[in-house]
Write a protein that binds this ligand. Structure first.
Ligand code: PGA
Length: 251
């Protein structure tokens, strides 16, 4: 099973979200072929759009939130909880995206709390990991990524982790939104490392996705890598036609 995941980030207003879903519905036959080829489409949308997206979600698509707060409820003005996003249709949650680590100070410990909460509720969690450019240039990329995996997952009940409930997205920070994707061989090597970290923690083999400037022109290169099981796509996935083309590359 491969995954083609769109991360809308803070883009598209309510009307544009609706138009995006209509465009996917118009390509229903193509999306059906993608799904028949073993690719699961996922949409990570702003919390404000979950309800409208849930009402118009194309068949076989998984709807996800881009973040949740790690507490169940309380005095956290401006935050949304897991129960809130689940109650309006989210069945998946993105955890630890580098933009949240960078701009919102999210730590591995925060990620661990969120992953556990999502999995305990029976929803799907996608954990994002990845090194910065200085970390890569200093030769520390593997250490950083392994540390993020261990920090967010050690102590997790192995029974909660399966390919149906969990995935990891390897997203080198320097490749996100820059147009400069990682080399396919680097993505492959890091995916293999992530899988070996999961196995060292006694966790099941789950899909490892690559993210960072994926587009229709380069998706196939990543899809060809044996340990890369999908893509998490920002910019290019704002165009439903490009998102479809990327998903097709993984089929
Ligand atoms: P990008 O973003 O495809 O625009 O590089 C990927 C992501 O941040 O998930």
């Amino acid at each position: 099973m491969n995954i083609a995941a769109a991360n809308w980030k803070m883009n598209l207003d309510g009307g544009q979200a609706r138009a995006y879903l209509d465009a996917c519905l118009e390509e229903d036959a193509q999306w059906r072929r993608v799904r028949d080829a073993g690719v699961k489409p996922m949409l990570f949308v702003p919390a404000t759009h979950l309800a409208v997206c849930a009402d118009h979600l194309p068949e076989g698509f998984v709807l996800g939130a881009q973040n949740i707060h790690h507490e169940v409820s309380g005095a956290y003005t401006g935050e949304v909880s897991l129960d809130m996003v689940a109650s309006v249709g989210a069945t998946a949650v993105l955890v630890g995206h580098s933009e949240r680590r960078q701009h919102n100070g999210e730590t591995d410990e925060d990620c661990a709390g969120k992953v556990r909460r999502v999995l305990e509720k029976g929803l799907f969690a996608m954990l994002c990991v990845g090194e910065t450019l200085p970390e890569r240039e200093a030769g520390g990329a593997e250490k950083v990524v392994a540390g993020q995996i261990r920090g967010a997952l050690s102590g997790l009940d192995p029974k909660l982790v399966s390919p149906e409930t969990f995935a990891v997205a390897y997203e080198p920070v320097w490749a996100i939104g820059t147009g400069k994707e990682a080399g396919a061989a680097d993505a492959e090597a890091m995916s293999a490392l992530i899988l070996s970290e999961l196995s060292a923690l006694g966790l099941a083999t789950v899909p490892v996705l690559y993210g960072g400037s994926v587009k229709p022109e380069n998706a196939k290169r990543f899809a060809e890598q044996p340990h890369v099981s999908g893509a998490l796509v920002g910019g290019a996935a704002l165009d439903p036609a490009k998102f479809l083309a990327i998903a097709q590359a993984f089929g």
